[in-house]
Design a protein around this ligand. Structure first.
Ligand SMILES: NC(=O)c1ccc[n+]([C@@H]2O[C@H](COP(=O)([O-])OP(=O)(O)OC[C@H]3O[C@@H](n4cnc5c(N)ncnc54)[C@H](OP(=O)(O)O)[C@@H]3O)[C@@H](O)[C@H]2O)c1
Length: 317
C-alpha cells in the first residue's frame, strides 16, 4: 500500500508518499481500499505539530475515508467485502486516510450514500458529521428554531447550513462578504459579513428574540460575543478549542447551555445522514478534486484560505 506520512512536524513539504506493507484487520476490524479522502483543518494542525503531545512520529494523516471493504475480521457482522463505505477514523489515534488502504473498527463505519461519488462522499464524514452532531444531537434542532451558524462558508459551515435548513430552521450565518451568494444557495436566510463593524449589535438588533442554537466554528471570542444573542434556554455549540479566555456571564441570564464538541465516531449518525443525502437534503460541497501525489499543493491551497467547499483527494492503486 501507499501512504502519506510525516517524520517531523512542520510545513507542507514534510509530507512524504511512501510504500508500506498492507496490514491485516483484527477480529473486529475491516481493511478498506480508500477511493477518496478530503483535506480538513485538523490535518494541517496535526502536520504542523499542534497536537504533538498526542501524536507519535512517524505519523499518518487524513480523517475522511470513502472506499470499498477489501477484507473483514472474523467477528465483523455489519459489513462485507465489496461494501462501499464512508467514515471518520478514531481521531488523534488512527489517522491515515491519505493512503490506498486503511484499517478501522467495523463498528464506526457506515455504508456510503448510494447516489454520490466516492470523491463527494469523502467531503462529508468529518465536516457534515460534526455539523450533525452539533445541531441535531447537542442542539436538539427542531423545525422553527432560529439558528446562527458562525463560519457558514467553511467546511463544517456548508453542511451546518444545509442540515439546519433541512430540519426546518430559520438560518442566519456569518461569513466573508464574497460568499453571500454561496451561503444563500446552501440555505442561509440571512447573512452578515464577519468583517463588518458592529457585527454583533447588528445581529442583536435584527433578532431581538435571539437564537435557539448558535454554532461556533470560528473560535477566538465567538462564544463570549454570541451569548447576548441567545434566546431563553438557547444553546451555543462550539467545535473550536477555547484557547482565548472568555467571559460567559451573559449565558447565565439566558439560562443558556454551552456545549463543546470534539466529534465522536458514530455509524448510526453516518447512516442517518446517508438517508438525507440520498433524498437530496444535504448536497456534497466539492470545490475540486486533486490526486494523492498533489497532497502538498492541496494543503497549501487550504492554508491559503477563502475556499468554497472541500478539496477531495482521489486515490488510485
Ligand atoms: N471539534 C471538532 O470535532 C471539529 C470538527 C471539525 C472541525 N473542527 C475545527 O473547526 C474549525 C472550522 O473547521 P472548518 O473545516 O469549517 O474550517 P474551514 O473550512 O477553514 O472554514 C472556516 C471558515 O470560517 C470563516 N471565518 C474565518 N473567520 C471568521 C469569522 N470571524 N467569522 C465568521 N467566519 C469566519 C472562513 O472564511 P474565509 O476564510 O472565507 O474568510 C472559513 O469559511 C477548525 O478549527 C477545525 O479544526 C473541529
Amino acid at each position: 500500500m501507499k501512504a502519506v506520512i510525516i517524520k517531523q512536524f512542520g510545513a507542507s513539504q514534510v509530507m512524504e508518499l511512501v510504500e508500506q506493507s498492507t496490514p491485516k484487520p483484527k477480529d473486529d476490524e475491516v481493511l478498506v481500499k480508500i477511493k477518496a479522502t478530503s483535506i480538513n483543518p485538523v490535518d494541517i494542525q496535526t502536520r504542523r505539530g499542534d497536537y504533538k503531545d498526542a501524536i507519535s512520529l512517524p505519523a499518518k494523516l487524513g480523517v475522511d475515508c470513502a472506499g470499498i471493504i477489501e477484507a473483514v475480521g472474523k467477528h465483523v457482522q455489519n459489513l462485507n467485502v465489496g461494501d462501499e463505505v464512508y467514515y471518520v477514523p478514531r481521531l488523534l489515534e488512527n489517522e491515515g486516510s491519505y493512503a490506498t488502504h486503511h484499517i478501522e473498527k467495523a463498528a464506526i463505519i457506515a455504508k456510503k450514500p448510494a447516489t454520490i461519488t466516492f470523491e463527494e462522499a469523502a467531503t462529508l464524514p468529518l465536516s457534515a458529521g460534526t455539523a450533525w452532531e452539533c445541531l441535531v444531537e447537542r442542539g436538539r434542532l427542531k423545525a422553527g428554531d432560529n439558528v446562527l451558524i458562525h463560519g457558514g462558508s467553511g467546511g463544517v459551515g456548508v453542511y451546518a447550513l444545509q442540515i439546519a435548513k433541512y430540519f426546518g430552521a430559520h438560518v442566519v450565518t456569518t461569513c466573508n462578504n464574497t460568499n453571500e451568494g454561496f451561503v444563500k444557495q446552501l440555505g442561509a436566510d440571512q447573512y452578515y459579513d464577519y468583517k463588518s463593524a458592529g457585527l454583533y449589535e447588528k445581529i442583536y438588533n435584527d433578532h431581538p428574540n435571539g437564537f435557539d442554537i448558535i454554532l461556533d466554528t470560528v473560535g477566538q471570542k465567538t462564544i463570549e460575543n454570541s451569548l447576548a444573542l441567545l434566546a431563553h434556554a438557547g444553546k451555543i455549540v462550539s467545535i473550536v478549542d477555547m484557547s482565548t479566555p472568555q467571559n460567559l456571564i451573559n449565558g447565565w441570564s439566558a439560562n443558556g447551555e454551552i456545549h463543546f464538541v470534539f466529534t465522536t465516531q458514530s455509524a448510526r449518525r453516518l447512516a442517518d445522514m446517508a438517508d438525507v443525502i440520498d433524498k437530496g437534503g444535504i448536497k456534497p460541497i466539492l470545490e475540486r478534486t486533486m490526486m494523492l501525489t498533489d497532497i502538498v499543493a492541496a494543503h497549501d491551497l487550504i492554508e491559503a484560505g477563502t475556499r468554497k467547499g472541500k478539496i477531495a483527494i482521489a486515490i488510485n492503486g
